[in-house]
Design a binder for this molecule. Structure first.
Ligand code: PLP
Length: 399
């Protein structure tokens, strides 16, 4: 494929993004400035190591950039220490887990179907292959079953408990788990990949003081450039984390993305970002309300964050996902807790409000979109395709 052809696909992709209402809860739109600065000449630089301790020479200016990015991350999350080098959320989790426990030691985590992430112990992932994994469960109300958790901790004596999920719409009682960890002597990793934007704004409780370390992506609700981040309050631990990231998990970091993260963190530490994240939660609540009003069931009557799960009965969630895509709406098929179905046709869909809120869509637009989906679950309606196009025109991603 020649260069011009490739650029053509980039153009089509960007048009497609503009013409699509995106409700995928893990996605967002980075600002043009973050995108611009993450594509700089820093791509050319190898920066293995840390400021003033690099493997290669010539890192003088990147040392300054990395130090400023670390400070910006610490400011944003009120944390004492930060490592900004992880390429992505999965890498941050690998490094985080590896900094606390050894191979074959025990991780206690929520399973994939209940909302956990691949890197929390899925059998085909590093976490499931190299560590001993036991899962905790949700109870009938899809809350974390505290009694079961208590029992399993006594029985299994895990070394580390992983909190924070990919599809969990309620608050997490960080303090309770912290209490258990102090009593039973295990570490806590809180993975806030999905909710870090809301936590940065103070709209969702922060796990920082209740966890040994916190991991996150930078590109979900935080709306930054693609990447990972690890935070801790503990000086001894940041030394271990740094070693676990480099040389423990990766060689040179993506220096260009570290600068991108600097701008992303700065942008998120701002009154406009606070307004943005407030609207994310408002839109998410409005959408869930609309689905409930239309007779659909979620795993809870409420959502405390940017997303929620809708149970899908009598139709195939795989086909629904494909059908909605044809109408210009992206959602993802998703497990519900204790799902009996397989991963190709799980019993739910996940709806997230971060992307439409970046487009500045508010209450009315959120209601409209939810109603279109409810209609499309039942019927075909070509008018909706046009309405989605119009909505995208009125609320562009990039002006
Ligand atoms: C998205 C996500 C990750 C992984 O992020 P990648 O950047 O895709 O590697 C880790 N943990 C949770 C809970 C996530 O939702």
């Amino acid at each position: 494929m020649n260069l011009l052809n490739t650029l053509k696909f980039l153009k089509i992709e960007s048009k497609k993004q503009e013409k699509t209402i995106n409700l995928i809860a893990s996605e967002n739109y980075s600002s043009l400035i973050s995108i611009l600065y993450s594509s700089s000449c820093l791509i050319n630089k190898y920066t293995e190591g840390y400021p003033n301790q690099r493997y290669y020479s010539g890192c003088k200016f990147f040392d300054i950039i990395e130090n400023k990015t670390i400070l910006e991350a610490q400011n944003l999350f009120n944390s004492n220490y930060a490592n900004v080098q992880s390429h992505s959320g999965s890498q941050a989790n690998f490094s985080g887990i590896q900094s606390l426990i050894n191979k074959n030691e025990k991780i206690l985590s929520l399973d994939l179907k209940s909302g956990g992430h691949l890197t929390h112990g899925f059998i085909k992932n590093f976490s499931g292959k190299y560590f001993d994994v036991v899962n905790y469960l949700l109870d009938k109300n899809y809350s974390i079953n505290k009694q079961y958790l208590y029992k399993i901790i006594k029985k299994e004596k895990p070394k580390v408990l992983i909190l924070g999920y990919s599809s969990y719409q309620k608050y997490i009682d960080w303090g309770f788990f912290n209490y258990l960890s102090l009593k039973n002597n295990f570490f806590i990793i809180s993975d806030i990949s999905h909710i870090s934007g809301l936590i940065a704004s103070g709209l969702y409780p922060s796990p920082l003081i209740y966890s040994n370390l916190v991991t996150t992506t930078t590109h979900k609700t935080l709306r930054g450039i693609r990447g990972g981040l690890i935070l801790t309050q503990n000086y001894k631990l940041i030394k271990k984390i740094n070693l676990s990231v480099f040389p423990g998990q990766q060689g040179g970091c993506l220096a260009n993305n570290v600068l991108g993260k600097f701008f992303s963190f700065k942008e998120s530490n701002n009154i406009n970002f606070l307004k943005y994240t407030k609207q994310i939660i408002i839109n998410s609540k409005i959408m869930l309300k609309t689905f409930l009003y239309r007779g659909y069931e979620s795993i809870d009557y409420n959502t405390e964050n940017h997303m929620f799960i809708i149970k899908i009965k009598n139709i195939n969630s795989f086909f629904l996902e494909k059908k909605l895509e044809k109408y210009g709406i992206l959602i993802n098929k998703n497990f519900i807790p204790n799902d009996k179905n397989k991963s190709l046709n799980p019993s739910g869909i996940r709806i997230g409000s971060s992307c439409i809120t970046t487009r500045k869509i508010k209450k009315l637009g959120s209601e409209l979109i939810s109603n279109y989906i409810c209609d499309l679950i039942k019927f075909n309606n070509n008018f909706i395709k046009i309405k989605i196009r119009l909505l995208c025109l009125v609320y562009p991603i990039y002006k």
